[in-house]
Ligand binder design. Structure first.
Ligand SMILES: *[C@@H]1O[C@H](CO)[C@@H](O)[C@H](O)[C@H]1NC(C)=O
Ligand SMILES: *[C@@H]1O[C@H](CO)[C@@H](O)[C@H](O)[C@H]1NC(C)=O
Ligand SMILES: *[C@@H]1O[C@H](CO)[C@@H](O)[C@H](O)[C@H]1NC(C)=O
Ligand SMILES: *[C@@H]1O[C@H](CO)[C@@H](O)[C@H](O)[C@H]1NC(C)=O
Ligand SMILES: *[C@@H]1O[C@H](CO)[C@@H](O)[C@H](O)[C@H]1NC(C)=O
Ligand SMILES: *[C@@H]1O[C@H](CO)[C@@H](O)[C@H](O)[C@H]1NC(C)=O
Length: 296
């Protein structure tokens, strides 16, 4: 027996989930498993409306009850999820995605990692989690309260499979003592379930400077004086946003490694590299610069 090619195509669509969501729908409702949820049609009181689920007409079925302009879905479970649209004749009046509230709320917490290169108004977050088809982040109280006025940010770049980057901006003053925490909310969809988490942190907790620049190495008597400049992405003025540096060097004679927090290091070295951190809050260290060979 042979099947025409299109059968295979249809099979593929149904196997990969024809109704996977790759974005957050404009209108959606999140219901708990086994609860009832009432959807309301955007119709006039005496309109006669009909409903469709994912484009298929809905009749009075086992756990679906029509009541005027409302449709109550009871004992909600996976087969009930999807796009509910209501119609007056051939005209679609409104549509709402019914999604499931994920059972484990906290599991996505560890999937978000944020880092700021400075105290300026931007920082980046990465999301690492396979299987999620839509992810969005929001900053502030309005987002953690799921308010309409939350300004959701979608990912600006896909870094790798299951890894997304988000560019966030905040309006904290870089000069003021940081007294309010940032509140970051993430929502993600997987298999028509909505995962949601909020976390709070200070900007200073996520600061990690870029690598500094090694400007020059000068002989001063028996030492080398290393001149280090802050990374170009660091906040100015540098006198206010102070960085401390650490130098790692390899001795020419025995290949031993040494560290120095002073810019004066022994003369007899073969190479060195440098890293920096915020000296006030003792942030995470930057990445090391590449090794720089030292020859005289
Ligand atoms: C439809 O739902 C709305 C909001 O949930 C409610 O105010 C209204 O009374 C319902 N109408 C009917 C006919 O049940
Ligand atoms: C949900 O709907 C069913 C059927 O309409 C009803 O028997 C049940 O009491 C409702 N449950 C709740 C929690 O309202
Ligand atoms: C965020 O990431 C983008 C792309 O990798 C980069 O260009 C930008 O400098 C980063 N911004 C911050 C504040 O880290
Ligand atoms: C939060 O929402 C309120 C009202 O919805 C609005 O007035 C306020 O500007 C919003 N805040 C932010 C930071 O967007
Ligand atoms: C090392 O270099 C810096 C600037 O390049 C200079 O200000 C400092 O005085 C020098 N230190 C010594 C001990 O020469
Ligand atoms: C340093 O980075 C680690 C992981 O990258 C993070 O868990 C930690 O909170 C950071 N600490 C500071 C002070 O930035």
């Amino acid at each position: 027996m042979t099947f025409p090619l299109w059968t295979f195509g249809l099979l593929m669509i149904s196997l990969t989930g024809a109704h996977e969501l790759n974005h957050f729908p404009e209108n959606f409702a999140v219901a708990k498993r086994y609860e009832n949820y009432t959807l309301t049609c955007n119709s006039k009181p005496d309109d006669i409306v009909t409903w469709k689920l994912n484009g298929d007409p809905l009749e009075d079925e086992e756990n679906v009850e029509l009541n005027g302009q409302n449709l109550t879905v009871s004992d909600i479970d996976t087969p009930n999820l999807g796009d509910y649209s209501c119609w007056r004749g051939e005209e679609m009046l409104s549509s709402t995605y019914l999604l499931l509230k994920a059972d484990e709320e906290d599991t996505i917490d560890s999937l978000i990692n944020c880092r700021a290169k400075s105290y300026d108004c931007n920082f980046n977050c990465t999301w690492t989690g396979n299987g999620y088809t839509a992810v969005r982040l929001g900053l502030g109280h309005n987002c953690s309260k799921s308010s309409e006025s939350c300004q959701w940010i979608s990912s600006s770049r896909r870094l790798a499979e299951g890894e997304l980057q988000f560019e966030m901006s905040h309006d904290l003053s870089p000069y003021a003592e940081e007294s309010t925490m940032l509140e970051l909310t993430a929502e993600a969809i997987r298999d028509l379930s909505v995962f949601r988490t909020s976390k709070r942190f200070y900007l200073r907790d996520i600061v990690q400077p870029d690598s500094p620049q090694i400007v020059k190495c000068e002989l001063v008597n028996e030492d080398v004086n290393v001149t280090i400049a802050p990374p170009s992405t660091w906040s100015a003025p540098y006198s206010f946003f102070s960085l401390e540096h650490q130098i790692e060097y390899v001795l020419r004679d025995d290949g031993q490694t040494g560290h120095s927090s002073s810019t004066l290091i022994p003369k007899k070295i073969s190479k060195l590299r440098v890293r920096s951190r915020d000296s006030l809050v003792l942030s995470n260290w930057s990445q090391w610069t590449p090794w720089k060979n030292v020859t005289y």
